[in-house]
Design a protein around this ligand. Sequence first.
Ligand code: AQP
Length: 330
Amino acid sequence: KKSIFSGMQATGTLQIGNYLGALKNWVQLEDEYECFYCVVDMHSITVRQDPAELRKKARALLTLYIAAGLNPDKNCIYYQSHVSAHAELSWILNCYTYMGELNRMTQFKDKAAKHSENINAGLYTYPVLMAADILLFQSDLVPVGSDQKQHLEITRDIAERFNGIYGDVFTIPEPYIGKTGARIMSLQEPTKKMSKSDENVNASIYLTDDPDTIIRKFKRAVTDSDNEIRYSREDKPGISNLIDIYGAATGKSVAEIEKEFNGIGYGDFKLAVGESVVSMLKPIQDRFDELSKDKAYIDGIIKQNAEKANYYANKTLRKVQKKVGFPERI
Ligand code: AQP
C-alpha cells in the first residue's frame, strides 16, 4: 500500500481553508492508502504559544480530524511530539539542507515579517522539520493546500540529495492538491490567504463558528463596487473567493454558479454562500461536540496511534542513522 502523510498546526481553530484545502481531501483517501495525519504541535511552537491553550487546541484539532470524517481505525492520527523520530530525523536533514534554500521560503518571509519580535531558528528550519515529517513515513502523496507547494518542493530536493549520496533511502513524495478549495482567501483581504491565526476574526470562518456568526461574516465579506457575480481572481478577488467557497461547499462548477446568480445582488449571493457553509459544517460540529465528551475514547486513539506512528517512523530513522554512520545500538 502507498503512504500518505499530512498535518496541521495547533495554532488556532481550523478555518474553512484548512478544511477545503486539505482535511476534506484526506477523508477520501483512507481506503487506498496507509494514511498518517499528525497534529504538528512541534511546528506550532515556532510562534509563541500559551502552554495551556496549545494543549487544548492540539486536542481539539485531533478531535476535529475525527469529527471531519477520518476513521481512526484506518488513519493513524497522532501528536508529532509523541514521536521523537520527527525531531531526530529533522536534525539529520538540517545537515543536508542549505541556508540558501531556506532563505527562499516565502512562508518564512511572511511569518518573519508578522512575528518580527521572535524570528527564531525553528521558524527558519520549519521546512526541514516538515521534510522529516513526510519522509519518515516514506510518503508517496502529501495532501495539502496550494500554499504548501514550495515546502513540498524543498522536501523533494532534500530527499533526492540524500538518496543521491546514500542510495534509495527515501520515497520521493508528490503533492496532492485538490481541484476545489486549494486556496481559500481571507474574507476581509481577499488577496491574502485565509489563516487560522489571523487577528481579524471576521477574516476567517472557523469550523466551530455558529450559524449566525457564519452568516454575519459572509455578509461583511469584502467584495467590489460593481454588482456582477463573475469569476475573475484579478479583477474581482472577493467575489471569486466566494464563488470558490460556494463551489467547494455545494459541488457546483463556476459556470453553474455564475448562471445561478445571474442578475442577483451581492447580498443574496452572500447569504446563499453562508447557508451552504452552515450546512457543510453542521455534521462536523455535531460530531465534534459528541466526541469532545468522550475522553476515554479519544485517549485510546492517542495512545494506540502514537505506538503505530512510532513503529513506522523508527523504521526509517534507524535506516537513516545507519546510512550516515551513527554507531549501531547494542
Ligand atoms: N487558505 C487556505 N486555503 C486552502 N488551504 C489552506 N491551508 C491553510 N490555509 C489554507 C492548508 O491547510 C493545512 C494546514 O496547514 P498548517 O496548519 O500547517 O498551517 P498553515 O498552512 O500555515 O495554515 P494557516 O491556517 O494559515 O495557519 P497559521 O495561521 O497558523 O499559519 C495545509 O495543508 C495548508 O495548505
